[in-house]
Structure formats: structure tokens, C-alpha cells
Design a protein around this ligand. Sequence first.
Ligand code: PAF
Length: 280
Amino acid sequence: MYRTEKISEVKEHVRKWKREGKTIGLVPTMGYLHEGHGSLIKRAREENDIVIVSDFVNPIQFGPKEDLATYPRDFEADCALCESIGADLIFHPEPEEMYAPDFCSHVGVETLSEHLCGARRPVHFNGVCTVVTKLFMISEADRAYFGQKDAQQLAIVRRMVRDLNYNIEIVGCPIVREEDGLAKSSRNTYMSPMERKAAVVLHKALSRAEEEVRQGEKDANKIRRIISDIIEEEPLAKIDYVEVVDWNELQPIERIDGPVLVAIAVFIGKVRLIDNFIVE
Ligand code: PAF
């Protein structure tokens, strides 16, 4: 497996692979890889001749009060995981390699960024769209793999690709969970053992709500209430949002009568966790 920090080196490999007629799958990550990322890399491995993993904590998608400085990193462990799955190249640039001092171009997606995490993290999705665009251009990938855990990110990237005619297929992959149901996340490591136990409340609440939706409940407020009531029983949990939105435009709805995304963000102590389910 090749490792490089240089855009020019990735492009050199890509040129050669393209000349050989190979298909390229890209898995964009911020590193500190876990089984959720592993499942994306495996899927990319199955569907492409070449697999590129990017491992870059993208500064422009963090707000000034967010966890950029403390975001967990372990590049050697990331390389070991990528190698064990059979990735061909891991791209690990420094911020200066990605952003020139006078960098001033950004990509953004409007309507879909208005609610959920977009409402609370104002610069986040423009930062994501911008870095993802750069990674698509650098890797010339045929397909890129994103987890459904970041459902709003997945929807926004899909819309950007459709609206702006990018030549890439976006593949959404299911959420990977711990045995007790907690969605895998690099941020799970921030929690104390007590907080970690309390964190199962997200999955508990969503499972209960999903059952109701699948049994035909149409009242979105009732779904919001079921989730809030369960989470509020957990003393270490504080709700950031509980939202029921349509799975096309990500706008809040009153009645569920089409594809729906039910998404939550909850603080467990100081750690902000997100989780969701989609009923198509
Ligand atoms: O989901 C992530 O880890 C990041 O938002 C991404 C897509 C790698 C862009 O930095």
C-alpha cells in the first residue's frame, strides 16, 4: 500500500491507474478508523480495481469552538487497518498541502444544510463539500463511499454531485454498531465508562421510534415525543435536536407520508453524538 502526503504523488498514481483502465473507489475519512470505516473500505475493495483512502482532519469543517485540536488521531493504526483490507493508497496530507494561505474557493449546498447539524454547525457542510470536491478531483474516483451515520452529509454530497454534474457515483453504506447498539464513531473514545453506558439511550430511543414508524405511525410530533421522552429519562443525556425530516429535502415535516429521516444529536456529558434511521 502506498502512503503519501502529497497531492502531486496521488495524481501521479491516479494517472497511471487511469491509463491502465482501472476503476477507482475513494473512501474519504478523518482517520482514527473504526469498523464503520472498515465496512466502507471493504465495500470499495469489492467494487473497484483500486481503493484510495483519504485520512485528513479537515480544519475548515470545524467551528471555532469545536474539537479540531483534540480530534483523535492514530495514523499508524489507520494504515494497518487499510492495509489489512487491501487498500492501494492512503492519502494523509497536512492542512497546508490542501489549503494555500490565500485559499478562497468554497462549495456549498443550500436547502439541505438548513436544519439538523447544519443549523448548529454553520461552517460545517461548506467545509465538507469543499474538501470532498478537492478529494474527488485529486483521486478522479469513479465511486466514493459514505456512511449513513452522517445522513445529512450523505444527502448533501449526493445533491452536490447531482446539481453540479460531478462524474462520480456516491455509495451510501449502513451504520455499523457496537454490540449494545451504539453507532460506531471516532468520538465514542471521548466518553468515560459511565457515559459510554448512558450512550445506548440514543439507539434505544431510535429503535422504539422506528418500530412505531414501520407500524404506520404518521404523526411526526408523536415520533419526536417518543424519542425525547426516552432520552430525557437518562440523567447524563442532553438533547441537542430530535428531528423528523423528509429524506429528499431534509425539511421538518408534520406528517410522515414519504421517505423519512429521523435524526438526533445528543450530548452525553460533553460529547456530542449523532444517530438516525431512514424509512424509504
Ligand atoms: O465524514 C467524515 O469523516 C468527513 O466529514 C469527511 C467526509 C471525510 C470530510 O472531511
